[in-house]
Design a protein around this ligand. Structure first.
Ligand SMILES: Nc1ncnc2c1ncn2[C@@H]1O[C@H](COP(=O)(O)OP(=O)(O)OP(=O)(O)O)[C@@H](O)[C@H]1O
Ligand SMILES: [Mg+2]
Length: 380
């Protein structure tokens, strides 16, 4: 069975897609083709504005959803062409959509009488119509309905792709938000959103240099960590939360940073960038140290595989290596999984699970009451 996975994450940088062929069972599958496309500028702006409440947002959300479906359809066309496969040979598209609100149980702005929810914009019917392929969408809501965080959903796929029996392996995806999967030596699976990945680094870099991201982390490497600022950032209660936790750009954003920076008026811009890189590294490292990996050195996995765009950032990768001396740190590319494939492949895998009638959530990770078949299917 072949499935396509499409991911447009919290960085709002673009769409990553893969066409995957699955053999028997729940294996990770084999990638037949890949494609990545930047988001059209006006769509990116529209989606960025929709991250915060504003006037006439239902209409704007519907328009952005349709435009995103069209952009997804263009990626699908490229994947089919590159893979030499026609639409009727693909069972489904697992389409994540664009998160504009993520308010899972425990979100600080959720009132006690309010219901948790998560909202990924997309027009799945329009995507099915444009491609002639069934679409599986809205993967996160069912897990939230079952009391879970709705995130991260990728750990079960990470286990299928990177699990190594008897070895403690960590997988960290550094997208806008960073999420950690723990494949413990005793077979236990754990995971959580560690906090900001690139989202603050991107925002600060854009504000001060005009570049959308700090290419290879070069600017951060010119600065020096400001210890008092780092401590202030790490004092946010999110980093001390135990149990299932997930977060989004509606929480960690430049407004969040500005409140804390106001207490450190002398910090130079490059030093702030270095400190934000240290925040990403330190919050990942602490999450790793708080896990029980079932190794002789219980606080450290043998291997840590990094994926997502942040794997290109030297300040992050080298920072993790230095901070975790007992762990060998590398990128998933070393295993034949280029870093931009992994999250997209996870959504192809999740769509495949849904078609098989198999659960996609890992309840140990999301905190849901039970395993659930995820998503809504829009037939071809
Ligand atoms: N060469 C590079 N140097 C430094 N950072 C990079 C480079 N290439 C990409 N990035 C970072 O990676 C980000 C995009 O990563 P990615 O697409 O994995 O995240 P995402 O879209 O938020 O996905 P997800 O939410 O699924 O993790 C960019 O915003 C940028 O910060
Ligand atoms: Mg992206």
């Amino acid at each position: 069975m072949r499935c396509i996975g499409l991911m447009s994450g919290t960085s709002l940088d673009g769409i990553d897609g893969v066409l995957v062929e699955f053999a028997e069972g729940s294996s990770a599958g084999r990638v037949l083709s890949d494609a990545s496309e930047p988001l059209p500028e006006d769509l990116r702006d529209a989606l960025m504005h929709l991250q915060q409440p504003g006037p006439d947002e239902l209409h704007r959300a519907a328009q952005a959803s349709a435009a995103l479906a069209d952009a997804y359809a263009a990626v699908v066309a490229r994947l089919l062409e590159r893979g030499g496969v026609s639409a009727h040979q693909v069972a489904a598209i697992g389409a994540h959509g664009q998160t504009v609100r993520h308010m899972p149980p425990g979100h600080p702005r959720l009132q006690p009488h309010e219901s948790p929810y998560t909202l990924q914009l997309l027009a799945p019917a329009r995507l099915a119509e444009a491609t002639g392929i069934a679409v599986v969408a809205d993967f996160r809501s069912r897990d939230i309905a079952a009391g879970g965080q709705g995130a991260p959903l990728v750990p079960a796929f990470h286990r299928a792709a990177f699990g190594q029996p008897g070895t403690a392996v960590g997988v960290v995806n550094i997208g806008g938000i960073a999420n950690l999967t723990a494949l413990c030596a005793d077979g236990a699976l754990r995971g959580l959103d560690t906090g900001p990945g690139n989202v603050l680094l991107d925002g600060w870099c854009a504000r001060h240099t005009g570049a959308r991201y700090d290419a290879n982390g070069a600017w951060a490497e010119q600065g020096h960590v400001v210890p008092a600022l780092l401590e202030d950032l790490l004092a946010d209660p999110y980093f001390a939360r135990t149990g299932a936790r997930s977060t989004g750009r509606d929480y960690f954003n430049l407004a969040w940073l500005d409140v804390r920076l106001a207490r450190h008026p002398d910090a130079r811009p490059a030093d702030v960038q270095a400190t934000l890189a240290a925040l990403t590294v330190e919050s990942i490292a602490r999450a790793i140290e708080n896990m029980h990996w079932a190794t002789s050195n219980a606080a450290a996995p043998q291997r840590l595989w990094v994926c997502g765009g942040g794997a290109h950032n030297r300040a992050l990768l080298e920072g993790l290596s230095r901070r975790l001396p007992a762990t060998t740190v590398g990128t998933t590319a070393e295993l034949g999984w280029p870093v931009q494939w992994v999250e997209a492949a996870a959504f192809a895998w999740l769509a495949h699970q849904t078609l098989l009638g198999q659960p996609g959530n890992a309840t140990e990770v999301t905190g849901a009451r039970g395993p659930r078949i995820l998503g809504a299917v829009y037939p071809a």
